[in-house]
Design a protein around this ligand. Structure first.
Ligand SMILES: Cc1cc2nc3c(=O)[nH]c(=O)nc-3n(C[C@H](O)[C@H](O)[C@H](O)COP(=O)(O)OP(=O)(O)OC[C@H]3O[C@@H](n4cnc5c(N)ncnc54)[C@H](O)[C@@H]3O)c2cc1C
Length: 399
């Protein structure tokens, strides 16, 4: 071939398009080599094992138990917690890992977030030394899976002052009565951290309840959800359920101690929402590069690029804000900002896919639906803004 023919041939080759990448500001580079290796390990697992099967589980409202051995092998149980067989690392590393989970499947991130952040986190933050030694190692190995029971059928946002589930001391044990609603993992897991109001002093206390061996504990799966369908949420009933004093979280003496756990997990949900938006954006960008209309990829149209530019802007802002100090108000800002930006981003992704955007097989629909739950759980958008409003004005608008 002459030089002229080679040049003519290469001139005809379209320039390869960049692969979708939602790390626009290269925030992953802020991680240490070791942390990055953990995040990459999780990404590889999510892409190879979870992505190919998860839509089917989502459509079927089912949890992928077949994937649990693979999660155990990742060695990330107890991430963000030190000692007691936990994986250690910073809370930010836990955030990155949850973001990776959610980038492929927000339900999977939620399952892990409930176990690691809410259930293990309650024991880590509010448990005695003895309780941490007893419960955290098997939970870190994912041999025992946990859930967190705070919300009730009639009490959601007002949980701080309004819990109706009661705890009554009786000798060396406590008797729990009441109902808990929406509890992630509850229909199948081993341990529930139940928050109840002590009838003696009216304070909220935490109890470790062993689901499968505690008489009076029962749980029913909540049916017909339209979001986070892989997560199994339960409606728990406690009818004279007896729990030994040894299972009362020794450091959980009022709702302030519950709030310490929620501070960490709200921060974690901000990361999950960012991951959910990343998954939707990458799906939409790939689609925009491949889908042809008017003889051209739709990604070449200005209005489509506007949607994509707004998506990556939201994602980048959410990735950056999630750093820094962590007070209740910081966690609230992170949660309200990232979940609201996520909600906006997944809607644009769904829109970009046109009709295919409402079909679960094209993934954008799954992210679109799941974002609704992230926006409302662990304290709604309004409640986060009220926490933030109180911090900046000094005036409480809700309690
Ligand atoms: C998928 C999913 C998983 C969940 N997992 C768990 C779990 O594992 N454990 C657990 O304990 N809970 C869980 N929850 C419960 C969740 O935390 C609650 O749904 C949430 O806190 C909101 O409570 P609610 O649904 O009762 O809404 P409500 O509190 O009834 O609120 C309804 C609306 O009123 C608004 N509102 C309420 N009070 C005010 C106010 N003072 N000012 C302005 N607006 C207000 C809210 O923002 C919201 O828009 C889960 C929920 C979902 C959907």
């Amino acid at each position: 071939m002459t030089t002229a023919t080679v040049a003519a041939k290469s001139a005809k080759q379209p320039k390869p398009l960049p692969a979708p990448n939602s790390d626009f500001y290269e925030v992953y580079e802020t991680l240490s080599t070791e942390e990055l290796a953990t995040v990459k390990k999780v990404r590889a697992f999510m892409e190879a094992k979870v992505a190919p099967v998860i839509t089917k589980y989502w459509v079927d409202d089912a949890f992928p138990f077949e994937l649990l051995p693979g999660v155990k092998e990742l060695g990330i149980g107890g991430l963000g917690m030190q000692g007691y067989g936990c994986a250690g690392g910073s809370v930010a590393l836990l955030g990155f890992v949850l973001m990776e989970f959610a980038r492929i499947d927000p339900s999977f991130a939620t399952f892990f977030g409930v176990h690691d952040g809410l259930a293990m986190g309650s024991i880590y933050i509010d448990g005695s030394e003895e309780q941490k030694q007893k419960w955290l190692p098997p939970m870190a190995r994912l041999e025992k899976i946990g859930c967190f029971g705070l919300t009730e059928p009639l009490v959601g946002s007002g949980a701080s002052g309004g819990l109706t589930t009661t705890a009554k001391r009786d000798g060396d044990s406590w008797v729990l009565n009441g109902e808990k609603r929406w509890i992630g993992n509850a229909p199948w897991c081993d341990i529930s951290v139940i928050w109840a109001r002590d009838l003696a002093d009216n304070q909220v206390k935490g109890f470790i309840v062993e689901n499968k061996t505690t008489p009076g504990f029962s749980v029913e799966k909540i049916q017909n959800k339209i979001a986070l369908k892989v997560v199994q949420n339960g409606h728990i009933t406690l009818k004279d359920a007896r729990v030994p004093e040894a299972n009362r979280l020794q450091g959980g003496n009022s709702f302030r101690d519950t709030a310490k756990v929620l501070k960490m997990t709200r921060y974690a949900v901000a990361w999950m929402a960012t991951g959910c938006a990343m998954g939707a954006y990458e799906t939409a960008l790939k689609y925009a590069q491949e889908r042809l209309q008017f003889g051209r990829p739709i990604g070449s149209f200005q209005l489509v690029q506007d949607l994509l530019a707004k998506m990556i802007s939201n994602i980048t802002a959410s990735q950056l804000h999630a750093e820094g100090k962590l007070t209740d108000a910081h966690a609230a800002l992170g949660k309200e900002f990232a979940t609201s930006k996520c909600r906006e981003t997944v809607a644009w992704a769904r829109e970009l896919l046109g009709g295919n955007g409402i079909v679960a097989d094209y993934k954008a629909a799954r992210f679109f639906a799941d974002a609704e739950a992230l926006y409302s759980y662990e304290g709604t958008y309004q409640i986060q803004n009220l926490i933030l409003g109180k911090a900046i004005t000094g005036l409480s608008a809700f309690v």
